[in-house]
Write a protein that binds this ligand. Structure first.
Ligand code: 5GP
Ligand code: ZN
Length: 113
């Protein structure tokens, strides 16, 4: 996708602070962190959101969640962390490329919404 911010970050056209990558996944620090550790995990394949997942492309989401577990170990999030994927306007999704937020490094709030 030529006009997608995260596709441009994956391609290196927009700089980012990489924390992890493999053949399917790229992960980088959120530019506006909402917790001491705030990382975005995205599939290299452009998928708009969870709402676009099907049996044909869900392996990309599984790869992202495998990466979440690996990154959490790498970042030392031994006390736990939250994984969030905003989907659509009511959830406040601002970048229409599937991504999983990893939030941690402190005791997070009890409310999720
Ligand atoms: P959403 O609101 O779609 O769930 O999350 C998008 C996230 O992308 C936000 O947390 C926002 O701070 C982050 N973000 C937006 N633009 C950039 C950018 O250019 N670089 C980085 N590293 N993060 C960004
Ligand atoms: Zn994209």
């Amino acid at each position: 996708m030529t006009d997608c911010l995260f596709c441009k970050i994956i391609a290196g056209e927009i700089p980012s602070t990489k924390v992890y990558e493999n053949e399917s996944v790229y992960a980088f620090r959120d530019i506006n962190p909402q917790a001491p550790t705030h990382i975005l995990v995205v599939p290299r394949e452009h998928i708009g959101s969870v709402a676009e997942l099907t049996s044909a492309n869900s392996a990309a989401a599984a790869k992202c969640l495998e990466a979440v577990a690996e990154i959490a170990r790498q970042e030392g999030l031994t006390g736990g962390y939250r994984v969030v994927s905003n989907c659509g306007d009511d959830a406040g999704q601002t970048v229409k490329h599937l991504h999983f937020h990893i939030l941690g490094g402190e005791r997070l709030g009890d409310r999720m919404a």
